[in-house]
Ligand binder design. Structure first.
Ligand code: TYD
Length: 121
């Protein structure tokens, strides 16, 4: 909703993201040159928004890498489960806002890339 008083963006479960939102978390104060992520989730779907600043989300569905530059607070990137993802190229004061289809579960992480590729096969 663009407005001379300031803009407003909305996200509703099942309406603007294709899942029921069970959790939100955010990443901020990332030092220059750092990288986050570097894993896949077995069942968790995510929706990633650049609330402030910019960063790159790098996705691999098992067939190759795709880099998405995120720099608008009104865009989101849907990351389905079983997608390897990392986030890098953080600008100063960037805020990564992540909506998730699941509550936090350390068992849902695949941290080993070889294991991920083998699971995709
Ligand atoms: P992690 O998902 O590994 O962060 P990133 O993918 O950005 O590198 O999470 C970092 C730490 O935070 C790890 O110890 C797990 C913890 N954590 C929670 O306790 N709850 C959560 O919802 C998330 C996302 C992370």
């Amino acid at each position: 909703m663009t407005d001379p008083r300031g803009n407003l963006s909305i996200v509703e479960s099942e309406e603007h993201v294709p899942f029921d939102i069970k959790r939100a978390y955010w990443i901020y104060d990332v030092p220059g040159g750092e990288e986050r992520g570097g894993h896949a989730f077995k069942v968790q779907d995510e929706f990633i928004i650049a609330l402030s600043g910019s960063f790159d989300v790098v996705l691999n569905d098992g067939t190759g890498e795709q880099r998405y530059h995120m720099n608008r607070a009104y865009f989101g990137l849907y990351v389905p489960h079983m997608t390897w993802r990392r986030i890098d190229n953080f600008s100063t004061n960037s805020v990564v806002y992540v909506l998730s289809s699941e509550k936090y579960d350390p068992e849902d992480y695949i941290e080993d890339f070889e294991e991920f590729i083998n699971s995709k096969r």
